[in-house]
Design a protein around this ligand. Structure first.
Ligand SMILES: *Cc1c(COP(=O)(O)O)cnc(C)c1O
Length: 379
């Protein structure tokens, strides 16, 4: 049996250990320090738009602290894209608020602007209050329709907490994902574009917001000689060791993005002849996905009856890891009581989609083996 091909493995660039060694040599083995500042500066330069970055222990923590600063409280409603990973929605629940899930559109698989506006109007009619925030997601790295989403958010004066956990390096109209919202969340979990072994960051518009984020991330301690607290705080800061990994990863971020895009292009070429398989593409030139994961849609009627899950199981038997798409949040037991607005689009995509191995360390030969296995199985 050939070596297993994994979905999305971490890939080190080589510079990481130098920064970790520096941290040890100077005894900065704490949740702050030169690597944390350096990593934040690198991210800020990469994103542009004059953003201020705060490195945190996870992307989930970033979303949580963004919502804290948007004033989300018990009894509030927050609109969230349904087609996503649970980490987009769980922080809404941490704050005692209710997620209102909105369906996707076909072009990007992200939150449908049409259903978003319908949801806003209907929630106001049903509860007398507008939702307090909107959480759009750039799923699998594909930018959401941010023009339309921001226009609607502005019209109703509702802030955006942008979940760019999968989308570092993706751009919409040449602007980096993560910089559109009032706040943006990035993730450096082990399977994302770059990793700190586990970590995240909150993208802030002002230095004041960044300072406030650090305040909440370090137990909300007031500036007094004794420990004094006026707010509930969190222990969410990134360690100087993890940030060292992050600095090394920033040196190869462009490489990782280019490689994931090249893998997507190779799958597109190799699967071009398969009638029942389509590789998800940027809908127009405005969208430039990092293609964190290359996704396919499977039409069983043109694949000898084979479904996406049949292909997944066959690939597994050939020692290839693939994964079904995120199961939408309105279809999750934990969220069945939450309002949902949509027409079944995300459920339809979920039923026919599959994520293919896309890690930046994969070779062309490995991608060819995956495509060959798919073609053999459905023919
Ligand atoms: C990974 C991910 C997160 C959470 O990031 P962590 O760093 O794992 O906490 C949030 N949203 C989406 C869409 C993700 O894929």
């Amino acid at each position: 049996m050939q070596d297993r091909i994994w979905l999305s493995l971490a890939q080190m660039g080589g510079g990481e250990q130098k920064y970790i060694q520096e941290a040890f040599d100077t005894n900065w083995v704490v949740p702050l320090g030169p690597n944390v500042n350096g990593f934040e500066n690198d991210l800020s330069k990469f994103l542009g738009e004059d953003r201020h970055i705060v490195a945190l222990s996870a992307g989930t923590a970033a979303i949580h602290l963004g919502l804290v600063q948007l004033g989300i409280k018990e009894g509030d409603e927050v609109i969230c894209q349904s087609f996503t990973f649970a980490a987009s929605a769980n922080p809404i629940k941490y704050l005692g608020a209710t997620p209102v899930f909105v369906d996707s559109e076909e072009d990007t698989w992200n939150i449908s602007p049409e259903w978003l506006e319908k949801a806003i109007i209907d929630r106001k009619a049903a509860t007398g209050k507008y939702p307090k925030a909107i959480v759009p997601v750039h799923l699998y790295g594909m930018p959401a329709k941010m023009d339309e989403i921001c226009t609607i958010a502005d019209k109703y004066n509702i802030p955006i907490m942008e979940d760019a956990a999968e989308a570092i390096g993706s751009t919409f109209k040449n602007r980096q994902c993560g910089t559109f919202g009032e706040f943006g969340a990035l993730s450096f979990n082990g399977n994302k574009m770059i990793t700190t072994s586990g970590g995240g960051a909150l993208v802030c518009r002002t230095e004041e917001e960044a300072k406030r984020t650090m305040f909440f991330a370090t137990q909300a301690r007031e500036n007094r000689p004794y420990y004094y607290h006026e707010h509930i705080g969190y222990n969410y800061r990134m360690s100087n060791i993890c940030a060292g990994i992050g600095r090394g990863q920033m040196e190869v971020l462009d490489h990782h993005i280019n490689r994931r895009r090249a893998i997507h292009a190779l799958y597109t070429e190799l699967l071009a002849g398969c009638d029942g398989i389509s590789v998800k593409q940027n809908p127009t030139a405005d969208f430039d996905s990092n293609f964190w994961l290359t996704c396919i849609e499977v039409d069983p009627t043109k694949c000898n009856g084979k479904t996406a899950d049949d292909i997944r199981q066959y690939l597994d038997s050939q020692n290839v890891e693939s994964r079904l798409l995120w199961r939408p949040m309105h279809m999750q037991p934990i969220f069945t009581d939450c309002p949902f607005y949509g027409d079944g689009t995300s459920e339809k995509i979920f039923n026919r989609g599959l994520c293919l191995p896309s890690g930046s360390s994969l070779t062309d030969e490995q991608i060819k083996r995956v495509a060959y296995n798919i073609k053999e199985f459905i023919k």
